[in-house]
Design a protein around this ligand. Structure first.
Ligand code: URA
Length: 203
């Protein structure tokens, strides 16, 4: 057992680069996903945003938050006075999970056990980054960060994701899905207000 423990310690990735190499070499959740989409941003970022999982476009391009939800996030960040290039963006789950509908790849929510499977990687990633604030975008990110199921409506706002100071807000894809234009506009304003708070807390 002593030897096994020592081996475990030696095998632990020593840098974010090593960790990302491990993630990149791992099997995707569903066959068909092109690649692992790794986190992106400055390693000394004060704020880390955690999404759910890469979408169709992220899977193709190999970068987080480049599709429609990412574009909405960019706009909201800019309105809140946060530069996208100054924050680190990553996901709870690193592979795109989807189901084919005709020729289209339709996003499928990762299961609780899938999220927990990726949790070790996410926490290790955050330990290397050691940000001032970790922002969960939506329930899946909050589950990954806290290890339990969390209601976004009930616990939105500042909170702890031990060992990190945290903040929970909605996922930008949720805003895209709201069918009513007025509801969408007001939910978007609330999202921007949350991001302004994030800026103040992390500042
Ligand atoms: N949604 C996410 O949660 N992450 C991405 O990278 C893109 C869309």
């Amino acid at each position: 057992p002593e030897k096994a423990l020592q081996k475990m310690r030696e095998d632990r990735p020593k840098s974010l680069q090593d960790l990302n190499a491990l993630i990149a070499a791992s099997e995707p959740l569903v066959s068909g996903a092109t690649r692992a989409v790794l986190g992106e941003g400055p390693l000394n970022a004060d704020i880390v945003f955690v999404g759910e999982q890469p979408g169709d476009q992220e899977d193709r391009e190999g970068r987080p938050f480049v599709g429609p939800a990412g574009q909405l996030l960019d706009r909201a960040l800019a309105e809140a006075g946060i530069e996208r290039g100054s924050v680190y963006l990553t996901n709870a789950v690193k592979h795109f999970k989807f189901e084919m509908r005709g020729k289209r790849r339709i996003h499928q929510k990762p299961s609780v056990s899938e999220v927990k499977h990726y949790r070790w990687w996410l926490m290790a990633e955050l330990e290397f980054l050691s940000p001032r604030l970790v922002v969960a975008l939506g329930g899946t990110a909050a589950l990954a960060l806290s290890g339990r199921q969390v209601s976004v409506t009930k616990t939105r706002g500042r909170q702890e994701f031990p060992p990190f100071a945290g903040f929970l807000t909605v996922h930008p894809a949720y805003l895209l899905r709201l069918p009513d234009a007025e509801a969408k506009a007001s939910a978007y304003r609330a999202f921007v207000d949350d991001l302004r708070q994030v800026r103040v807390i992390a500042g």
